[in-house]
Ligand binder design. Structure first.
Ligand SMILES: [Cu+2]
Length: 364
């Protein structure tokens, strides 16, 4: 057993590692499966550098093996000191020129891609959308410039079109990373606006993360980009423009929930088009893939979130409203009851059913 296992141990190790790492190729969450223009450029660069590395590795290993075998000490040669050589001009030139060539092969496409990714030549042109992206601890806001439309946590874009993002942050530095569509870009507090663009090849729900350590809930600062056909995108904007925040929900519990929401939550949350508030815009909330970027959109999860947001995202800026003074008289059950009504109200805010037909959700 031991001998057999021993021989194959490293093979097992590498096999297991390969199996684990294959999870890194997660659909719509991976730079290794590019589905947009920027991600494509970056993927090609990775491939070029990996190819060069493999080439160098093989050559070096071949020479290494050759020297080991060819110049090893042979029986009877124990006292022989071989001829000492140094400073072979031809060799010196070869191993200086080859790395220069390899670096050039790497540098030219890298510089090209860098400029290509920073291109802003069509920004502001007719029909070219710019979205203002704002990073907040721990959520994202998207304002579709000149469209009177804004969303939080989920950004809708038309497929096949270049969409520019003008990015900033309100509190600390965040970083917007959408691996399968584009690269990543920091969002800074202050006047400094960073710009990048997205161009998705196919319809889908693409997952993004904040990649700049920004506080205790940094790792939970997820967002999604939803690429739909240009026709659906027009429809989506139209739907969102026409939201009436005062519209009466159908059931009486949801109506009670609406009153509770208007009295206790509206100071931070908007429904319909509004400037960015203290909390996410909840227009179209029922169509969210996740609550607060992370929880499955069920009424139970939403109730739990409303009662104690800090349990799910430590340090986030939403207070446990029902722990406030105005609810001091309520029992635990009564609080839950009221939160449930709000949840019912929020989960019927499906003001636009525009989405991708086959949801391509990734599991975290
Ligand atoms: Cu962040």
């Amino acid at each position: 057993m031991r001998g057999w296992m021993g021989k194959f141990r490293s093979l097992f190790l590498f096999g297991t590692l390969a199996l684990i790492l294959s999870g890194c190729g997660q659909e719509n969450l991976s730079a290794l499966r590019p589905k947009g223009y920027g991600a494509d450029l970056i993927f090609d660069l990775m491939m070029i550098s990996i190819a060069i590395m493999i080439f160098v590795f093989i050559i070096v290993m071949a020479i290494y093996a050759f020297v080991l075998i060819r110049y090893r000490q042979k029986k009877g040669d124990e006292d022989v000191v071989p001829k000492q050589v140094e400073g072979n001009k031809t060799l010196e030139i070869i191993w200086t020129v080859i790395p220069i060539i390899l670096l050039l092969v790497l540098a030219v496409p890298t510089v090209q891609a860098t400029f290509d990714l920073a291109d802003q030549s069509t920004q502001g042109d007719d029909g070219v959308l710019t979205v203002e992206v704002t990073g907040n601890q721990y959520w994202w806001h998207f304002n579709y410039q000149g469209e009177e439309v804004s969303t939080s946590q989920e950004l809708y874009i038309p497929v096949g079109e270049r969409v520019y993002l003008d990015m900033k942050a309100t509190d600390v530095i965040h970083s917007f990373w959408l691996p399968s569509i584009a690269g990543k870009m920091d969002t800074n507090p202050g006047e400094n606006i960073n710009t990048m663009y997205l161009e998705a090849y196919e319809e889908g729900v693409y997952w993004g993360h904040c990649t700049e350590l920004c506080g205790p809930s940094h790792s939970l600062m997820d967002f999604r980009v939803i690429a739909v056909s240009p026709e659906k995108f027009e429809q989506f904007k139209e739907d969102l423009r026409n939201i009436d925040p005062e519209a009466e929900p159908e059931t009486s519990t949801a109506q009670e929930g609406q009153d509770l929401f208007n009295n206790n939550c509206m100071s931070c949350h908007a429904i319909g088009n509004a400037p960015m508030g203290v909390g996410p815009n909840l227009s179209n909330f029922a169509n969210r893939e996740r609550i607060a970027g992370i929880l499955d959109p069920t009424q139970e999860n939403l109730t739990d979130w409303i009662l104690n947001p800090d349990e799910y995202k430590p340090g986030n800026k939403m207070p446990a409203v029902f722990e406030g003074e105005q609810f001091a008289d309520l029992t635990k059950e009564e609080k839950r009851d009221q939160a449930e009504k709000i949840a019912e109200y929020l989960l019927q805010l499906d003001h636009s059913d525009v989405g991708v037909d086959a949801p391509t959700q990734s599991e975290n």
